[in-house]
Design a protein around this ligand. Structure first.
Ligand SMILES: [Zn+2]
Length: 228
């Protein structure tokens, strides 16, 4: 009797009916290996997220108990965990682990880094490309780490402006290069889907430091190299 009432306490009152959606889901069910395996590694007790999604479904007037929505709270919770996993990763540590001493002192550019993030104002995706450049001053970093830094900051709730600056600052702080340039071009579903702007509008932001600010020719070279 006592254990039964304790068990019921763990289930929010809004979903205390039998066969509720939070008891059933296994994985997110999508075809993407990376997403699904990563999702399965996360804590199955999704820290209140499932319950919040369940409440959201009710809030928009849906029936969370119909077949298609039964596993949705759990799935969305796992999906959100995946899309915000950047909170548990430290971009500067990630860079520090791949720094090498080198005398190469020309511009290093990695362009067209795929980027998927979520706007913190609407919790809707924005996505596009990031272009990252720096001019080494005795130290270089593994190229793939530049893309990883973009990813870690992207997997948090963001505004594009801050995301651009955070990428620049992380590279600047760890490598202390002669300069860093970051340009992001992205489409925001909060603009596109809500009809605020035209369907194909692209937002461009840039953040520079060092020679990318002081030298017009450096900046021009960077912008020329990232032109489509
Ligand atoms: Zn937005």
């Amino acid at each position: 009797m006592k254990s039964r009432s304790m068990k019921q306490e763990r289930i929010p009152s809004a979903i205390s009916e039998s066969n509720h959606p939070l008891q059933s889901a296994q994985g997110c069910g999508c075809d993407d290996d990376e997403c699904c395996s990563a999702a399965l590694e996360t804590d199955p007790l999704t820290g209140g997220l499932s319950e919040a999604v369940y409440a959201m479904l009710k809030g928009i007037g849906e029936d969370p108990h119909r077949e298609g929505l039964l596993k949705t709270p759990e799935r969305v919770a796992r999906s959100l965990r995946f899309l915000t996993r950047g909170y548990s990763q430290n971009p500067e540590e990630l860079l520090k682990n791949a720094v090498f001493t080198e005398t190469y002192d020309e511009m290093v550019v990695v362009r067209d880094i795929d980027l998927f993030s979520m706007c913190e104002h609407h919790l809707l995706p924005f996505f596009g490309k990031a272009h990252v450049a720096y001019i080494p001053d005795g130290k270089i970093v593994g190229l793939s780490k530049l893309a990883r830094v973009v990813e870690v900051f992207s997997r948090r709730l963001q505004v594009q402006e801050r995301l651009t600056q955070q990428i620049r600052d992380a590279i600047q702080n760890v490598l202390n290069p002669k300069g860093v340039g970051v340009v992001i071009e992205a489409r925001h579903l909060c603009m596109v889907m809500r009809g605020v702007e035209k369907l194909n509008s692209v937002t461009t932001t840039s953040a520079m430091s060092g020679q990318f600010i002081t030298s017009q020719s450096t900046r021009n070279e960077f912008l020329r190299l990232i032109k489509p």
